[in-house]
Structures are given as structure tokens and as C-alpha cells.
Design a protein around this ligand. Structure first.
Ligand code: HEM
Length: 407
């Protein structure tokens, strides 16, 4: 198989279900594999780590995406996300990111801890009620989807009564982040983009008139006050990004984590006994089955290379985070799930200028949820076959049925 065949295989339903054998095949060809003239597939930890940080590489912006995929800009979902910091390079990226980071601070996230703990217990109560008669409960629906959406809405200041509307829209919009999508998925993503930007436009107007102690009020304020202001369109795109980026990814971290606990009863015992920490467990779930499997970069100048392969201007690179996290040169026995690894530093949150702004929040949610879940339901066990989302970039479960029977 060559690089192009690996990509084609990754895009099949089987490849999406389990990409790891394909990653191993790619790595056997070297840490960087050419796919035709102008695309590289990067699986080496060192090479992915370095490329994310090199200023000569940037995210593909709207103009380039349109060249790669004609008709791309007809989709409102893709255009909306392309205005967010995730899909901008310098100088727009730095301007938006520093404004948003100035209000989405470590202190604000740390202050959310009591709200996260309360939300975890409320959701566990709901699961207990639903599973009280021994019937199966879908962990994804009852817990993993609800916790991140509740927390991010709390942070943004989305009123409780509006939150239920967000879940389907946020889920639909993430299709616009995938490499391949059906027309129906893109139509749903476009509708979600309209709904979410319409909602945030109204909320921002309300908070502009009557500020509250929330992120939307703070952002509306800095976006207008600061010398390096954000345009109205950028403000909306970044508000939608905060909702979407923080939602499905964290949902997948929680679901992938519970699935690992089912595969590894000794880990569950270690967590209960305190010999394995929730932090170590969370890092290993991130490494072993990353919720984000892939990101793209493009060479913005000539004269660069990745792993000694020259990358003239415009060369694209798929950085396979999920493969780099299992690079045998970086991690001994990379396929083994081992939450006691030291200095693991998986690449699941990316790196460099676009390093995930929500990493601290995602870790807080997982580290709060896992011990509380095991305390409450020590005998939690699978109740039927889990079903994965048929996706490549965002990796996680659609359903994960569990029974809460006592140990
Ligand atoms: C960026 C992963 C949770 C907000 C990123 C990137 C990755 C990532 C890989 C970089 C993409 C790139 O370089 O192309 C994850 C994972 C999460 C998670 C695995 C959960 C387990 C969150 C949360 C939030 C968030 C909870 C916010 C509440 C963002 C934002 C960016 C980002 C705003 C864009 C940063 C920029 O472009 O400068 N995330 N994320 N993420 N993430 Fe996360």
C-alpha cells in the first residue's frame, strides 16, 4: 500500500471504525509518507509535534479549501467555521485568540469546578433513576453528551432553558469539520450554522445591553473595547466555535474513557484504590484513543520540510494525531493502555499557536466525572454492543449502553 491507498482506506467505514492497523501500516513506511505530489501523511510524534509549531505551516484558510474542494464555500457551516480562530492564520488568528484567551482564562475555568461537580452528580442521579429497574442506560445520551454541553453553556451564559436546543445543532455542525461528508450531513450542518449564529447574535445583543457575569458578556465587551477588536462576524464564529469545539470532543473523551474501563478491569480497580489517578487515566485515554484524530496544515512558504521531505509552498499535510500518539519511537508498547505512563504529553490537543484553548476544561470534566462515576456505580458494565460514530476526525461513540448493577 502507498500513502494514497492508506488515506483511501482511512475513509472507508472499516478504516473509520478502527484506523489503528492502517496507522501502523503507514508508520512502517516511515514517519512521513507522500501521497501524490502535494500531500503528506504524517504519523511520527516528533514530526507532528514540530510541524504544529513551525510558523511556516498554517491551517488551510477558506481560499485554499475552495481550491482543494470546489463548492466548499457554498456551505454556510464551513464558511462560519472558517471565520473562527481555528481556521485562521496570523495575524487574524493571534488577534482573535488573544482577545478570547483574555476572558477564557485559567481562573475562569478553575472557578467552574463546583459547577462541574454539581453537574456530574445531577447527571449521575438521572442515570441512577433511568437504570434503577435494571434496564440499560445509554451512557452517551445520559451523561457524555450532557456534561460538556451543560458546562460550556454555563460558561458562555446560555440560559438553562435554551440548552436542550443546542445538542443536535452542535452535533450536526461538527460534520463540517470532517474530511468527507454526505450532502445530507452538510445540509444539516448548514442549518445548524444558521441556527447557532442566529442564537448567539441575539444573546450577544442581550448581553451588550445588560451584561452578566459570563463569557458572552465578557467577550462582547472586549470585542468592542479593545484596539484589536473582533468584527461582528468573527465574534459569532468564535462563540459558535467555543460551543462546538468543547462539546463533541469532550463527549468523546468521556465515552472513549468508559470503554477503556470496560476493557481493563484492573484499571478500574486501580482507580478505586487510588493507585491510578484520574489525571493519569485521562491522559492515557487522550493518547490511546484520541477524540480528535487528525488535523491539517499547509506550507505557507517555500523552503520548509517535514521529516526531511521538502514541502514547497502549498503542500498539504495530514497530521495524524491518533497515529503520532502511538508512535513506537515515542511510547514503549504504544498499543498498550497504561495510565501510569510518565511524561506522556499526547498530541490530542494539538500544539503550537492553535493549541486547544479548552484543554484545561476538558481535563477538569474527565477528572471529575471518572471517580464520581465509579463511586456511584462500582458495578457499571456494558449492556450490549457500543456503536461508533462513522467519522474519521472526531472519534467516539454514538451509543454506549451500560447497566448500573451493583458490583
Ligand atoms: C483547538 C482538541 C476540548 C476549544 C483544538 C485543537 C485540538 C483540540 C486538536 C487544535 C486543532 C488544530 O490545531 O488544528 C480538543 C480535544 C478536546 C477539546 C481532544 C476534549 C477532549 C475543548 C474544549 C474547548 C475547546 C472543552 C472549549 C470550551 C478549542 C478552541 C480551539 C481548539 C477554541 C481553537 C484554538 C485556536 O485555533 O487557536 N482542540 N479540544 N476544546 N479547542 Fe479543543
Amino acid at each position: 500500500m502507498d500513502g494514497t491507498a492508506i488515506i483511501e482506506q482511512l475513509m472507508t467505514p472499516e478504516g473509520r471504525e478502527d484506523p489503528y492497523p492502517l496507522y501502523r501500516e503507514a508508520r512502517a513506511m516511515g514517519p512521513v509518507v507522500p501521497c501524490g505530489e502535494s500531500l503528506l501523511l504524517v504519523t511520527g510524534y516528533r514530526e507532528v509535534h514540530r510541524t504544529l509549531r513551525l510558523t511556516g505551516f498554517g491551517v488551510p484558510e477558506a481560499e485554499q479549501r475552495e481550491q482543494w474542494d470546489e463548492g466548499w464555500s457554498r456551505h454556510r457551516s464551513r464558511v462560519l467555521l472558517s471565520r473562527s480562530m481555528l481556521e485562521r492564520n496570523a495575524p487574524d488568528h493571534g488577534r482573535a485568540r488573544s482577545l478570547i484567551a483574555s476572558v477564557f482564562t485559567a481562573r475562569r475555568v478553575a472557578g467552574l469546578e463546583p459547577a462541574v461537580t454539581a453537574a456530574v452528580h445531577r447527571l449521575l442521579d438521572g442515570m441512577a433513576e433511568a437504570g434503577a429497574d435494571g434496564s440499560p442506560v445509554d451512557f452517551m445520551d445520559a451523561f457524555a453528551f450532557r456534561l460538556p454541553v451543560g458546562v460550556i453553556c454555563e460558561l458562555l451564559g446560555v440560559p438553562e432553558a435554551d440548552r436542550h436546543r443546542f445538542r443536535p445543532y452542535a452535533a450536526d455542525l461538527t460534520a463540517a469539520l470532517e474530511l468527507i461528508t454526505t450532502d445530507a450531513e452538510l445540509a444539516a450542518a448548514d442549518e445548524a450554522a444558521d441556527e447557532l449564529s442566529g442564537y448567539f447574535a441575539e444573546l450577544a445583543a442581550r448581553r451588550r445591553a445588560h451584561p452578566e457575569d459570563d463569557l458572552v458578556s465578557a467577550l462582547v465587551q472586549v470585542a468592542a473595547d479593545d484596539r484589536d477588536r473582533l468584527s461582528g462576524q468573527e465574534l459569532l464564529a468564535n462563540l459558535v466555535l467555543l460551543l462546538v469545539a468543547g462539546f463533541e470532543t469532550t463527549t468523546n473523551l468521556l465515552g472513549n474513557g468508559l470503554a477503556r474501563l470496560f476493557d481493563h478491569p484492573e484499571v478500574r480497580t486501580g482507580l478505586r484504590a487510588g493507585t491510578i489517578t484520574a489525571a493519569g487515566f485521562t491522559e492515557e485515554v487522550l493518547r490511546h484513543d484520541s477524540p480528535v484524530q487528525l488535523t491539517s496544515r499547509t506550507a505557507l512558504t517555500d523552503g520548509l520540510e517535514i521529516g526531511s521531505i521538502p514541502t514547497p509552498y502549498g503542500t498539504g499535510a495530514f497530521l495524524l494525531l491518533g497515529a503520532a500518539n502511538r508512535d513506537p519511537d515515542r511510547y514503549p508498547e504504544p498499543d498498550r493502555f497504561d495510565p501510569t505512563r510518565v511524561d506522556s504529553q499526547p498530541l490530542s490537543f494539538g500544539g503550537g499557536p492553535h493549541y486547544c484553548l479548552g484543554a484545561q476544561l476538558a481535563r477538569l470534566e474527565s477528572q471529575t466525572a471518572v471517580p464520581a462515576l465509579l463511586d456511584r456505580f462500582p458495578g457499571i458494565a456494558p449492556a450490549g454492543r457500543p456503536v461508533r460514530h462513522d467519522r474519521l476526525v472526531l472519534r467516539g461513540y454514538r451509543t454506549l449502553p451500560v447497566t448500573l448493577r451493583p458490583a
